[in-house]
Design a protein around this ligand. Sequence first.
Ligand SMILES: [Mg+2]
Length: 361
Amino acid sequence: MVEFLTTIDKRKILHVDLDAFYAQIEMRDQPELRSKPLIIARDPTQNNGHGVVATANYAARQLGIHSAMSAFEAKRLAPNGIFLSPNFTKYKVVSAQIHDIFRRFTNKVEPVAFDEAYLDVTANVLSGATLAAEIRHQILKETHLTSSIGVSHNKLLAKLGSEYNKPNGVTVINHENQLQFLDCLSISAFRGVGRKTKEKFDKLGITNGLELRQMSREELKTEFGKMGEHLYWQARGVHFGAVEWQRQRQSVGKEETFDRALRETNAVQIEFKRLVNSLVMSMNRQKIVGRTLNIKIRDEQFNTITRAITQDDPWTLNEATLVMAAQTMFDDNIGPDFSVRLLGVSMSNLQSATFEEMSLF
Ligand SMILES: [Mg+2]
């Protein structure tokens, strides 16, 4: 049975990830925190039990605490743990330093989060392993923080590699050892295997990459749908996605032209809701946020106006908030007698969203 054609992927891809980023910065700045379980989250006792763990140091992780867990649950696991509210202003400064270091090695940098990026270093004459050592050295020297790097020929293996030897480690995965590496991985290490998928694999008796690879493509598709197809290729270390380094689009937005002009506030509001809904979906899909919300209004005489609100921090992608802001701009600029032929809502000053930042709120 021919499963797939092997093509030798000659790329050199790194996945760089700082270790417990926010927690590590706080421990760097307050060394007395090092020996204690440190949880970056608002203290649930001062916050009515609300809040989510952004990250935790390794002492806290040993107690079973992990990011995205409720702060309340973390408090139960570590009653004497230290809770610190995240200081994003500080983390952003360090993030910029790290991304500057990445760009010394290649312009092909795809930022994934504050502390994480893919680098395509194919054009660099040095080996991936050498570059990884040098990047880790420069990060440590300039920020006093440790990082982990996966080195391979595609993004999937690079990412799995950086996770494998964490914290403060390097994993090099090449064509010769990739199957050996994948076969030993626990099933939950594969991308997209969450709690539910894991339970299903448990029932099937599949615990590691080798057993996953022995499942047929049909079987995987039947059990897991599209995810099954992804897992089929993951088990073989095949991934062709490119490091997406080119600058993101300047703006993202939606507009709508109406056959019959809108003349009532109610109708305008319904359209804003629709436009904002599709804008938010598209931004979530692209994992981007933006600081400037723009609206565009054209009347029956083809007069067009645009208005914008720019904030210091990206807009939260909350539909009600954005609709209200759009409607306010409309009301402030359009008199009571209007006829609208076109409405648009867009976001500019874009940046990539980080999972951690988004899940906090
Ligand atoms: Mg990290």
